[in-house]
Design a protein around this ligand. Structure first.
Ligand code: FMN
Length: 405
């Protein structure tokens, strides 16, 4: 299962210069195993042809409000009934105005007026149009009516100017749609703090010691926690993973930075999941200047870093989850870590097994519970494992509330 398996998404495309990026959004949705139908305005077809979307989705693109040859002409209702989510990408100033004022003079605007499922829109326009009070007022009307606005970005615009109004990145739009399409919301109102990625311990101004963690597992957990409604803070070591949609991301470098940032955000968290591969040792001294090549050997003196998880456990949040990544005799070590660090759950990961560990999209993990239960999960996508971990987190929160009440 991917993030949108079996979910039915209607994508409405309007006449913005960025309409070509809707093709990337459709691809992203299909990669997440969504079933996608596209409807375009006539103006959108000046910018990209419907054939692209027919080829990508395997379905005809709906354009005509009044179909020829005496067909029923109920497509605006059929699409709404079919959809789990309707997304307007890109959304012109024009369609935003029509939506805010309940106008329906073509197929897409009529679909939107009929829409009774979650709906989002990703505005894209020149900053002058975006700054127009009428456009801003229309967007406020839509936000207040429960539409989700995927905010546009600051950057280079179509005419070469720099400003607000650039369509949000396609991967961010796909993530926003995934969040909207997930009806579980079983972490709504919960605060979740997650660490991810490696740390980099400086040797001198140009060198550092790091490890092979890619951050994929921790970022997947952040995505899933957000998808299920949590308010998520992610503290990430150096990694090329892009910011998950709707998550507060703090980028750090060394274990000391990670320690400080995690503790800065710790207060009031309901759930803390430490998935980062924090260095156990760091150079005792960082040279001020680049160390020159010279002697045949160089000895670096290392010192222990601070044990973030252990320090958190001293003032334990309601749910505390750790990770253990090992190459031999790991299960025993993970069980000990669960007890030593007062964890509710530990996710054990033997990286010597094919399809598990760093920098791959899949993982094979064992969940070790405080009550001694051990669950070996089959090889699956990290996002699926993240979803499974969230099931456990939700169960742990419920158990604790039952015990307390
Ligand atoms: C080259 C060109 C680029 C345009 N880009 C945008 C845009 O990015 N955003 C926008 O709101 N309107 C843009 N417009 C104006 C819209 O195409 C116009 O308002 C149109 O009526 C929108 O129709 P629709 O909302 O039914 O698709 C552009 C027009 C042209 C000619």
């Amino acid at each position: 299962m991917a993030r949108l398996t079996g979910r039915r998404i209607v994508l409405g495309i309007t006449g913005s210069i960025s309409a070509y990026k809707a093709a990337e959004v459709v691809r992203g949705l299909i990669q997440e195993e969504a079933d996608v139908r596209v409807t375009m305005t006539k103006e959108a077809m000046h910018f990209i042809g419907p054939m692209t979307f027919t080829a990508l989705t395997g379905h005809p693109v709906a354009i005509e409000q009044f179909p020829p040859h005496g067909q029923p002409g109920e497509e605006h209702i059929d699409l709404t009934i079919w959809a789990d989510v309707i997304a307007v990408v890109p959304a012109t100033g024009n369609i935003i105005g029509k939506m805010a004022n309940g106008l329906a003079d073509d197929l897409l605007s009529t679909v939107l007026l009929t829409c009774d499922v979650p709906c989002c829109l990703a505005p894209a326009m020149n900053f002058r149009m975006l700054g127009n009070p009428a456009v801003q007022a229309n967007m406020d009307v839509l936000r207040n009516r429960g539409y989700h606005v995927i905010e546009s970005a600051y950057g280079p615009l179509a005419n070469g100017e720099i400003g607000e109004g650039r369509l949000a990145a396609p991967d961010q739009i796909v993530e926003a749609i995934a969040i909207l399409a997930d009806s579980r919301r079983d972490l709504a109102g919960r605060r979740v703090l997650i660490s991810a990625g490696p740390t980099a311990e400086p040797i001198d101004p140009v060198r550092f010691i790091t490890n092979r963690s890619s951050g994929k597992m921790g970022f997947s957990i952040a995505r899933m926690a957000a998808q299920r409604g949590a308010s998520v803070t992610l503290v990430a070591g150096p990694t090329n993973q892009s910011d998950p949609y709707g998550v507060t991301v703090e980028r750090v470098k060394s274990s000391e930075d990670m320690h400080q940032t995690v503790f800065h955000h710790l207060d009031g968290q309901d759930v803390v999941i430490m998935a980062a591969a924090v260095a156990d040792y760091r150079p005792k001294q960082t040279a001020d200047h680049k160390i020159k090549k010279g002697a045949p050997t160089l000895i670096l003196k290392m010192e222990r870093t601070r044990d973030i998880l252990k320090e958190i456990a001293q003032n334990k949040p309601p749910v505390l989850v750790g990770f253990a990544v090992e190459t031999h005799e790991g299960l025993q070590y993970a069980k000990q870590k669960l007890i030593d660090k007062n964890l509710d759950l530990i996710v054990y990961n033997d990286i010597t097994v094919e399809g598990a560990g760093f920098d791959v999209d899949t993982n094979i993990v064992t969940l070790l519970h405080r009550d001694g239960r051990e669950e070996v999960l089959p090889k699956q996508l990290k996002i699926e494992i993240a979803d499974r971990i969230m099931d456990e987190v939700v169960a742990l929160l419920h158990t604790q509330e039952t015990v307390l009440s």
